[in-house]
Design a protein around this ligand. Structure first.
Ligand SMILES: Cc1cc2nc3c(=O)[nH]c(=O)nc-3n(C[C@H](O)[C@H](O)[C@H](O)COP(=O)(O)O)c2cc1C
Length: 186
């Protein structure tokens, strides 16, 4: 899993920054834009929280099993993740395959980490995105919880840093569990 040559330090930087994003609440990589392909084949994007970044580079977030993004992922699990740090002018683009984790020990382990108030968000009587007549009140159910975890396994990662005298752009690709890196014209 090691990119060779001069690209290696950028690979390490990606890993370090994403790890920080998953563990530090104020880190710019705490939030990322998740792109999915809608059933009508239009791109759909939204912000989600990076909850975990594993040794093998899997990025996890939490969501409601009834949400549109889950409907999209069930149909097409190719997703895009976009991270941006405005202080470092650093952008990380990830393409990967999403796996929905529900009804397993892994989901339960993650579920135990979330505070009561956040847990409630996954118990709305109506599915997320259902039109409402008014802003409030929203009805919650106690017996049903639609919490699930989505784990994204990257197969392509692109690093771009804007800096002087020259910007740096590096593309990492995974083939047969081996990462390789190459510099690109920024
Ligand atoms: C700061 C911020 C963080 C968010 N984090 C999440 C999240 O971790 N999981 C999630 O499902 N939605 C999160 N949302 C809401 C999504 O952006 C989105 O509106 C919602 O999930 C519905 O998306 P969908 O209809 O495309 O499935 C967040 C929104 C904001 C503004």
């Amino acid at each position: 899993m090691k990119p060779i040559g001069h690209t290696e330090k950028f690979f390490k930087e990606i890993k370090d920054e994403l790890k920080k994003g998953s563990t530090q609440k104020t880190h710019p990589f705490r939030y990322f834009t998740l792109g999915t392909v809608g059933l009508d084949r239009f791109v759909r994007q939204r912000t989600v929280v990076l909850r975990d970044f594993s040794e093998d580079l899997k990025c996890s977030f939490y969501t409601d099993f009834r949400s549109k993004k889950i409907i999209h992922i069930k149909e097409n699990n190719r997703v895009a993740l976009l991270f941006y740090n405005s202080e470092k002018l650093l952008q990380i683009k990830i393409e990967g395959l999403a796996t929905i984790i529900k009804g397993s020990a892994k989901e339960e382990k993650h579920g135990q980490n979330i505070p009561e108030q956040s847990r409630k968000e996954y118990t709305t009587a109506l599915a997320p995105g259902t039109p409402l007549k008014d802003a409030a009140p929203i009805e919650y159910l106690n017996e049903e919880n639609h919490f699930c975890v989505v784990e994204v396994t990257p197969y392509k990662i692109e690093y771009l840093k804007l800096q002087q005298p020259e910007h740096i752009r590096v593309r990492f690709s995974n083939r047969d569990d081996l990462w390789s890196g190459e510099f690109l014209v920024p």
